[in-house]
Design a protein around this ligand. Structure first.
Ligand SMILES: C[S@@+](CC[C@H](N)C(=O)[O-])C[C@H]1O[C@@H](n2cnc3c(N)ncnc32)[C@H](O)[C@@H]1O
Length: 178
């Protein structure tokens, strides 16, 4: 399959997924962005990281919002490859630096990022969510912030700062400073 054919298949699959065009998905996008936006650092240059790319729309937004190339990490090599390809073809003004590894075991570095985000189903999917969070915290620079918006777990974490809910969908927000 050519890269163009692969990307077309990706867009078609993404657009045909009922969840992606649902009211709940739009609500969730709004809630995540509205909570994260005022918590983003205002310093320049800014070192930012997102863990868990998925289809990459969050990473697209974060790069636009910060006006910077963020570091995007995902454990799935196909996800990483397609995301790189899509951002390049869409000419994202600040394409992400894509790293492919399991962030609960691989090295995120120490004292490196001003902001790290973990949003959506990433934590729910992680095999070891405690290790993932610990590594993310250790990777923050002094004064840096870890922004977690946890979706899709059976039980909301007891230490959530804020909980929002639409029907069956809830999101638990946590903000942790280095
Ligand atoms: C379904 S996506 C959702 C994430 C995206 N931020 C969003 O809200 O659309 C979750 C992604 O997290 C990745 N992931 C799960 N555990 C991970 C880990 N320990 N390290 C890196 N990536 C992980 C999965 O490969 C998957 O691509």
């Amino acid at each position: 399959m050519t890269e163009d054919a692969e990307l077309l298949a990706h867009y078609v699959e993404r657009g045909g997924e009922p969840w992606n065009v649902s009211l709940e998905a739009s609500w969730l996008d709004y809630e995540l962005r509205a909570w994260v936006k005022p918590r983003l650092p205002v310093k320049w240059p800014v070192a930012a990281c997102n863990i868990g790319i998925g289809v990459g729309l969050w990473d697209d937004w974060l790069g636009h919002e910060l006006g910077a190339s963020i570091t995007s990490i995902d454990a799935d090599p196909e996800v990483c490859r397609r995301f790189r390809l899509r951002q390049a073809r869409e000419r994202h003004p600040n394409p992400a630096i894509v790293r492919c590894f399991d962030a609960s075991t691989g090295s995120l570095g120490v004292g490196r990022f001003d902001v790290i985000t973990i949003v959506g189903s990433t934590l729910a999917e992680a095999v070891d969510r405690v290790a993932l969070e610990a590594r993310a915290l250790a990777a923050l620079a002094t004064g840096g912030v870890l922004l977690i918006a946890d979706v899709g777990n059976r039980e909301p974490p007891p230490d959530a700062d804020e909980l929002r809910r639409l029907g069956e969908i809830w999101v638990a927000f946590r903000e942790r400073r280095a």
